[in-house]
Design a protein around this ligand. Structure first.
Ligand SMILES: [Zn+2]
Ligand SMILES: [Zn+2]
Length: 538
């Protein structure tokens, strides 16, 4: 985490941190890495005394080029139009397709404690005329722009190509037009039927003014123009854009040579890989940013992105694995280390900063947060599945003193996360299912001393079943002690007999949640079952 503080120590004067995004559809969780990095850079800059502005742009004049979310009859009409002019497919509340999808993403930001000082929408900016000087400069220097594309990216535009995308005055599409001439005030555009494969132009052509929203800059130029317009000094960007000859290189060259301004400092960052694959915007199983944010609370999500340095890829595979519980455990380990407690295993240097920047509130008391009591996620994920358990009381008993208000909200957040995880990503083995019908076949692994314990417990509780988890827990310990069985093996025996597995939640509360007659019956079945080490699996 030292990287953000190092960066803050290296720059001079007021800083403008920027990022922008094309709102082309559902955004996947990997896309949150950029905004989290942006936010941490901003926090680090402010902490070291730099006056800092955080901007986030929505490139909503970009053409609609993904038909996945359009109805069949809308494809012909909408493909190629600016995203800001395509209707909201959800038809719920937003002015456009762009506003809908950017809105979903912005809500996730806010939930992660990321609050840009300003969001800007290119569909708002162009009509004000603020982009006109850059359109004029780019058109005047069209030959230079073509030469930069050739030199930096090996992209050969025809000699008549000009860097402006007219929004067709006839059909409203921007993805289908090309500008072939510039007379100093107007451009000559053609809306071609076959300019791109994904959208069909109307065939019109003519002279129009590119200013005041009539045209937009192609993306690489628009990016560089945003840097000039807003005075951007730092802009991290994903590895896919940071390759040699890639988008960032083109925009850097355009900034220097066309708009005559040094490009902002880049902080290239690696992807988040889900099950080894880069997460794309259009596909993915349960990996939409807003879906993951419903399962993983904000501080753990921030932590996931912040623990590795930006140049390290993140592997995350939540589907059917323990990745989510492990993420919580790691967070808790960083908290414990920050609080000065001994932790198992190695911990990366700068762990205090990583923990501090993972907190939602930039002004939080890091030491107090680190010292707070946090119940283990996996433990909660079992507790919430046992009927009748007062989770708050259980956790308070484990802490040994009343929970603070902050600890109470952490607990509530984790309980909600555990329930959401069980409903979505959790592997089958995490789901607790009492085998009501018959003794699980796994109970064949019971050994004679465990069976003796089960029989002793059945005898002890048959007449007067204990009431409540604590009373059951006491009875279990007493029966274990009475049969000289270590407590761990006693619990394992109960799990085998009731759950068909070797581990589980606190057994007392599990048994307390079940009908006493059933419990006694099952204890006897377990006690009487042919044991593996005597006669093999029955
Ligand atoms: Zn909407
Ligand atoms: Zn047209």
């Amino acid at each position: 985490m030292d990287w953000a503080d190092e960066l803050a120590a290296r720059v001079i004067g007021p800083q403008v941190v920027n990022d922008s995004k094309t709102p082309s559809g559902t955004v996947h969780v990997g896309s949150l890495r950029g905004p989290v990095i942006l936010d941490v850079i901003t926090r680090a800059l402010r902490a070291s005394g730099h006056e800092t502005t955080l901007l986030y742009g929505v490139d909503d004049l970009d053409p609609m080029d993904a038909q996945a979310l359009l109805t069949p009859d809308a494809i012909d009409r909408e493909m190629g139009r600016p995203l800001a002019h395509v209707p909201d497919p959800a038809g719920d509340c937003h002015a456009s397709y762009a506003r809908h999808f950017a809105g979903v993403f912005i809500d996730v930001f806010a939930g992660l404690g990321i609050h840009p000082d300003r969001y800007y929408w290119m569909s708002d900016i162009y009509p004000t005329g603020a982009m006109d000087p850059y359109l004029r400069m780019a058109l005047d220097r069209a030959a230079l722009v073509r030469e930069i594309y050739r030199r930096v990216a090996n992209v050969q535009h025809p000699d008549t190509w000009h860097p402006a995308g007219v929004i067709c005055p006839n059909c409203g599409k921007v993805g289908t037009t090309i500008v072939t001439e510039w007379d100093g005030e107007r451009v000559h555009y053609e809306c071609r039927v076959d300019l791109v494969t994904w959208a069909t132009g109307c065939g019109s052509s003519g002279w129009v003014s590119p200013f005041g929203g009539g045209a937009k800059l192609p993306w690489n130029l628009e990016w560089a123009a945003q840097w000039s317009l807003f005075g951007v000094t730092i802009e991290p960007c994903g590895k896919d854009l940071s390759t040699a000859g890639g988008s960032r290189d083109r925009s850097d060259a355009i900034a220097r040579e066309v708009f005559e301004r040094e490009p902002p400092l880049n902080v290239p960052y690696e992807f988040l890989n889900i099950a080894g694959k880069k997460m794309s915007t259009s596909k993915g199983l349960g990996a939409a940013a807003h879906t993951i944010a419903e399962v993983i609370p904000p501080e753990q999500l921030r932590f996931m992105f912040l623990r590795p340095r930006p140049n390290q890829a993140i592997e995350f595979d939540p589907e059917g694995t323990d990745a989510v519980p492990r993420l919580f455990d790691e967070f808790d380990r960083f908290a414990a280390a920050t609080a000065g407690r001994e932790v198992k295993g190695e911990i990366s240097p700068g762990f205090e900063a990583t923990f501090g920047y993972s907190l939602l509130d930039p002004g939080a008391d890091v030491a107090a947060e680190a010292a707070a009591f946090r119940p283990a996620f996996a433990h909660l994920a079992l507790l919430v599945q046992i009927p009748g358990v007062d989770v708050d009381a259980r956790i308070e008993a484990e802490k040994g003193s009343p929970l603070t208000q902050g600890e109470r909200s952490t607990l509530a957040e984790r309980v909600a996360a555990a329930r959401a995880w069980l409903e979505t990503y959790a592997p089958e083995r995490a789901r607790l299912a009492v085998r009501h019908d018959v003794l699980p076949t796994e109970a064949a692994a019971l050994e004679p001393d465990q069976q003796a314990f089960l029989a002793a417990l059945a005898d002890a509780v048959a007449a007067t079943p204990p009431s409540g988890g604590d009373a059951w827990q006491t009875a279990i310990f007493a029966a274990a002690a009475g049969t000289d069985l270590p407590a761990g093996r006693a619990f394992a025996a109960l799990y085998l007999a009731f759950l068909g597995r070797a581990n589980g939640p606190r057994a007392g509360w599990l048994l307390a949640s079940l009908a006493p007659a059933f419990v006694v019956g099952r204890l006897r079945e377990g006690a009487d079952a042919p044991a593996a080490n005597v006669g093999g699996a029955a």
